[in-house]
Design a protein around this ligand. Sequence first.
Ligand SMILES: [Zn+2]
Length: 344
Amino acid sequence: MKNFKNKIDDYKKEFDKAVLRIKDEKSLQELRNLFLSRKKGRLTLLFKDLKTLKPEDKPLAGQMINELKSYVQEKLESLKEKYGTPEKVVKRPELTLPGKKKYWGAPHPVHLFQEEIENIFLSLGYSIEEGPEIETDYYNFGALNFPPHHPARDDWDTLYLSDNLLLRTHTSPVQIRVMEKRKPPIRIIIPGKVFRRETPDPTHLPMFYQLEGLVVDKGITFAHLKGTLEFFLKTLFSEKIKMRFRPAFFPFTEPSAEVDIECTVCGGKDEGCRVCGGSGWIEILGSGMVDPQVFKNVNIDPEIYTGFAFGLGIDRTAMFAYQISDLRYFYENDLRFIRQFFLK
Ligand SMILES: [Zn+2]
């Protein structure tokens, strides 16, 4: 016990001497470590020694260690004010360094492409309409001249929520909704999500984006349809792009045509082209003159008014415009892919 008291006295003397030698932050920190370091500091070692003492000596010895500890701490605390506080250095911001780059949200490439298409039609005086994604059988099929059990329904196989409610297979129901409410002249485009019962592959998805157009007025002819689509495709792709109309069938238009453009990837020069299959043409949209029966369904007199309609897949067209080989890339949300569209 006597040895123990001597040891404490020695440490106190050693500490007092060391204090006199302190001249800066560094020497202050060294002294702090020497006495207060949690692993090998003098005081930690003293507390370890305490365990070797006789039980009756422990209370007094403990008291002496604690007194020394308080003494050391108080002294170091007062020296801190003079020599700074190494463990609490306030870091000042370096104002000349470049800021941290943050990625802000940005429109999806398919949405950007949709806006590009919208702008072309807005410049022609069209307005934008929207409609519900859950439709009734009547709006999705019946009013558009698809009777029940019509084979054309197979091409638009969809996901039913009940016998009468389904996820719309095309944006065309919005044509009906607009014509029910408004009388001609009508000049609208209808962008939106549509759904089909498809297994995803490079060119098919169960959910994709469509953009539909409808013009109804007196004296509208197929020449208006052709001129409009030609202007649209040349503005969207290039002034030089070749296009062709092929006869087709849609229940809600008569006559109907599918429109092809020359392959944007190979220009028709590569027989092994994955995009056009070597034909040199890619199908880009469906179109036609509005069937008189559709007008009758919405109480527009087909003897007075005529009109045309067209529709295209937005993501599918973006795929050709950006020369992307797989539609699924758009929806995998891989930022390495998505970010490419913002580097332009
Ligand atoms: Zn090709």
